[in-house]
Design a protein around this ligand. Sequence first.
Ligand code: HEC
Length: 87
Amino acid sequence: MKTFLAVLLLSSSAWAADQLPDGPGKATLIKVCTDCHGAEVVTGMAHDRQGWKEIVDQMLEKGATADEKQIKEIIDYLAKAFPKKSR
Ligand code: HEC
């Protein structure tokens, strides 16, 4: 039973990581942002840098823990990986 759960957990986080394009900051995002939910909350979203900054700020208020360097890496990564689509 324990093994089964571990496999389930591993495969679900691997799935989320698959949806994230490679790039600097990806590992930091996974480390900081998957404590409370999966990384899939950010996939499919599209924001400019300011929009992502606001989301990350909200997460910090909810209790996400990251230092300034990590926060910048995450915002840079998100703004590049999931940019606001131009009309
Ligand atoms: C301390 C727990 C926690 C951490 C850590 C955390 N979040 Fe969240 N996040 C939440 C909760 C709770 C929600 C559910 C939305 C709500 O209740 O407002 C959420 C929802 C979201 C959503 C969906 C918002 C929407 O409008 O649908 C996004 C995007 C998101 N988080 C991104 C991030 C990012 C990026 C990070 C890393 C910087 C992060 N989260 C880290 C708690 C957390």
